[in-house]
Design a binder for this molecule. Structure first.
Ligand SMILES: [Zn+2]
Length: 437
């Protein structure tokens, strides 16, 4: 039995409830005198992904041949992504000799029926439903953000969630002074590493540490150290002047859950949604200093040759790192080294990056100059012109040939498919022959 419930089910939640699904499945098993092995449940996991713990457990049992049948209440319980759902029903289950039943959709792969034939269309409908719901949920979410409701699951360090009003922030007096100290130090010229040291030396727990333990300062603290990335993000966070900025990042779509950054103008900013801890002038001053100094959260520029250098010896990508060339000197230089050398599996190289880059540019310029000379260029061009034309012509003929082949293969497939539909060709023969093609 496979059971799934998620927020896409919205107001249908009652009829889709875990216990309701379970009842239907148990009744079906009893009525059909099936041998019940195991129940797999995914509570609160969307049907657009197949990365679900219960589902994975079931696949493992299929791989281990512990089960030979899968039952769900309906097709959408299995999944709402029609490509992947189709893969399981039409490819994976048959290959693993799994009989699949979706009770209320009347799908049963054990029998050949018209219900099974329209399965792909049902899968598409389920997919569209998920897309629609995802849109609706997102727009409700955005609307709330526009109203200045604070929708993050945890409040920023310095604040806590209002005890009775939903999605509202109140000042956390336990750590308010820490925030004030940080902004005070930074606006008075202390650098971020100095502030990080101050906080760690005075045994303040990092925001994460505070969130987990509820302790602000601990003489015997181990771990939960502050770092400059956290600090710089705090210094930039408008939450401390009473504004709520949300929608800072987003997922690509309801199917592709990769998180991307949202451009500043697309972010949702509402002023004065809660009590400020930091004065707007102080905050403004801090932003100016941050901009001048450049923050530690991002690299200011990329090296010209980053990612383009490979080790001659071990063929790995080379690293570009800052290194002091002696203990006494304070200035650090950029060096190219082989990352394999740390484990003593390759040579350390230690090539001065700046000199190397200059040399590469010199070589590239030399080559360019050679061909920029019109006479040399023309002679090289003339010499190779006919050769090039030949190659193009040969490729053209090849492409035409391949196109023709593809056309014929498709044609045959179409014919075979029609034969199968008409019943001229048996299912097994169809599969056998189409594999050959
Ligand atoms: Zn190497």
């Amino acid at each position: 039995m496979y059971i799934r419930l998620s927020r896409e089910d919205g107001d249908k939640k009652e009829s889709e409830s875990i216990s309701n699904q379970r009842n239907i499945l148990q009744r079906y098993i009893k009525e059909n005198k099936l041998n019940f092995i195991k129940e797999y449940v995914d509570d609160g996991v969307s049907g657009t992904t197949f990365d679900r713990p219960g589902f994975k457990e079931m696949i493992q049992d299929i791989e281990d041949q512990n089960i030979n049948m899968v039952i769900t209440k309906d097709l959408s319980r299995l999944g709402r992504d029609y490509i992947k759902t189709g893969f399981y029903i039409e490819d994976y289950f048959p290959k693993n000799n799994i009989r699949y039943v979706a009770i209320t959709d009347g799908i049963d792969t054990y029998f050949d029926s018209t219900n099974n034939d329209i399965t792909p269309f049902k899968a598409i409908m389920n997919d569209m439903y998920a897309k629609d719901i995802s849109k609706k949920i997102r727009s409700v979410y955005k609307e709330k953000q526009k109203q200045g409701e604070y929708l993050c699951s945890t409040a920023a360090y310095g604040y806590k969630k209002h005890p009775s009003i939903k999605n509202k922030l109140v000042v956390d007096n336990k750590v308010k002074s820490v925030i004030e100290k940080i902004f005070d130090m930074y606006s008075n010229g202390h650098g971020s590493s100095e502030i990080v040291n101050y906080l760690n030396n005075n045994k303040y727990l990092s925001p994460l540490g505070y969130r987990k333990t509820g302790i602000v300062q601990d003489e015997n603290k181990t771990g939960y150290n502050w770092n400059e990335v956290t600090l710089c993000n705090m210094l930039k966070n408008e939450v401390y002047i009473g504004n709520t900025v949300q929608n800072k990042n987003s997922v690509i779509s309801y199917k592709v859950k990769k998180v991307i950054n949202v451009e500043k103008k697309e972010q949702i900013r509402v002023d004065n949604t809660h009590e400020a801890i930091i004065d707007k002038d102080v905050f403004g001053k801090v932003q100016c200093i941050l901009e001048k100094r450049g923050t530690n959260t991002k690299l200011k520029y990329d090296y010209l040759l980053r990612g383009l250098l490979y080790c001659y010896h071990c063929k790995r990508k080379l690293q570009i790192v800052f290194k002091k060339n002696s203990k006494r000197s304070s200035k650090a230089y950029l060096y190219i080294t082989c990352s394999n050398s740390k484990a003593r599996r390759c040579y350390p190289l230690n090539i001065n990056y700046e000199k190397f880059e200059k040399y590469i540019i010199y070589i590239v310029k030399k080559i360019c100059r050679k061909y920029a000379d019109k006479e040399i260029f023309t002679s090289v061009y003339e010499k190779n012109k006919n050769k090039t034309l030949d190659i193009i012509e040969r490729h053209k003929i090849k492409i035409e040939h391949i196109d023709k082949e593809i056309f014929e293969i498709n044609n045959n497939l179409d014919k075979m498919y029609m034969d199968k539909l008409k019943g001229v060709l048996q299912e097994q023969d169809y599969i056998r022959v189409s594999r050959k093609v």
